[in-house]
Design a protein around this ligand. Structure first.
Ligand SMILES: Cc1cc2nc3c(=O)[nH]c(=O)nc-3n(C[C@H](O)[C@H](O)[C@H](O)COP(=O)(O)O)c2cc1C
Length: 369
């Protein structure tokens, strides 16, 4: 089927997007210390909404001990619902849909951010990064509690008026930590073989689907994000990811979302050098569930290239720099897109210091004095 980025598309659970463009989930580091959204943060999203079919929010932690950084959005307490509701309405402009990304940082945090609490993970293995702290291995009851927290977060997203949740199984956070042979060295039913390392993902997806099905919400979608491979040894190999995708494609999710910084990127595995990872993944899915492609999309040409191997396109950094990026693409006004960011633009774009520091790391070449 020939796809056009302007097509409207209806998901399995009935939600219709007005086009194939998503704003990618990107942390803003703007929330209050207790995970409650700030007015600037709502304005940040409002400014970027209206053109894209849907906005996926920054990762929101489902438990207090899942907080990965200061300024993170929280969805672990009912008192966060009014702020989340404000966030959903700031996004739901001009038909754009609002998806809340839900996550737990696992070992990718520290006891300072957790105010003295030791981080938790599948096993007691520190991440391979400078100053990484040793996490505490989760007990069986911690695992069941975490699954329940993801369910409760989904219920809060429904109450707050979101159109869906995205399960954040990517970027080395706790769901990925259960799938990774680096961070998961368990010998019980939650670890060991590839199949057992998948068990936690399987359980979370089933429970979230069940939560949505049991509620009376209509057209509420569920997506799942994954990273294609890890550099660590042992670590997730691209082959493991193809196994994961095969499983997830049959689960009744509304979409899968790959995490890539460059849509053309090839695997580090010598066995998968013929195509980009995006193309291998799309072929593996084989139309069983829609796929969101991503990775340094800046132009209409990039959008079309991604759509050759995906059903939707998510755009991150380009939409930080130009909040009206999607509308300009839709209006065929590509030449008007802002391509770099100066410190003088930041106030108008609602970009605060925490995000600026992150951008200095994530896109130094697109920042100017
Ligand atoms: C500032 C910033 C914050 C991010 N925060 C998240 C996040 O909260 N959740 C997530 O899944 N990915 C996050 N990402 C990754 C993006 O979703 C995306 O995969 C990445 O930026 C590549 O897309 P792009 O080239 O269009 O920016 C973040 C990226 C940036 C630049």
């Amino acid at each position: 089927m020939l796809k056009n980025f302007t097509d409207s598309v209806t998901f399995k659970r009935g939600l219709t997007l007005k086009n194939r463009l998503f704003m990618a989930p990107m942390t803003t580091k703007m929330s209050f210390y207790d995970g409650v959204i700030t007015t600037d943060e709502a304005n940040y999203y409002g400014l970027r909404s209206g053109g894209v079919g849907a906005v996926i929010t920054a990762a929101a932690n489902v438990q207090e001990d899942g907080k990965g950084w200061e300024g993170e959005l929280g969805v672990y307490d009912d008192r966060q619902i009014p702020g989340l509701s404000k966030l959903a309405s700031s996004i739901k402009k001009n038909g754009t849909k609002a998806i809340l990304q839900i996550f737990h940082a696992g070992r990718m945090t520290d006891s300072q951010i957790l105010r003295g609490t030791q981080p938790i993970s599948a096993s007691s293995i520190a991440a391979e990064r400078p100053d990484a702290e040793m996490p505490r291995e989760m007990t069986e009851s911690d695992i069941l509690h975490l699954i329940d927290s993801f369910k409760q977060a989904t219920t809060r997203a429904i109450k707050a008026g979101f159109d869906g949740v995205e399960i954040h199984g990517a970027n080395t956070y706790i769901i990925q930590q259960f799938f990774s042979p680096h961070s998961n060295r368990r010998k019980d039913e939650w670890g060991g073989t590839l199949e057992k390392r998948y068990h936690f993902i399987d359980a979370i997806v089933d429970e979230i689907i069940d939560t949505v099905d049991q509620s009376d919400v209509e057209n509420f979608i569920i997506g799942y994000r994954f990273s294609p491979e890890e550099f660590e040894n042992p670590g997730i190999k691209f082959e493991d990811t193809l196994f994961l995708i095969d499983k997830l494609s049959n689960k009744g999710l509304d979409y899968l979302h790959i995490s890539l910084n460059d849509y053309n990127r090839k695997s580090i595995s010598p066995f998968y050098q013929d195509k980009s990872m995006l193309e291998y993944v799309y072929q593996k899915i084989n139309n069983r569930v829609p796929l969101i492609g991503i990775g340094d999309v800046r132009t209409l040409k990039d959008v079309k290239n991604v759509l050759a191997n995906a059903d939707f396109v998510a755009v991150g950094r380009s939409m930080i720099i130009d909040p009206h990026w999607a509308q300009k693409i839709l209006d065929n006004k590509e030449s008007l897109i802002r391509t770099s960011l100066s410190m003088y633009d930041r106030e108008e774009l609602f970009i605060q210091d925490g995000l600026t520091e992150f951008l200095e790391f994530m896109m130094p070449e697109r920042l100017k004095e």
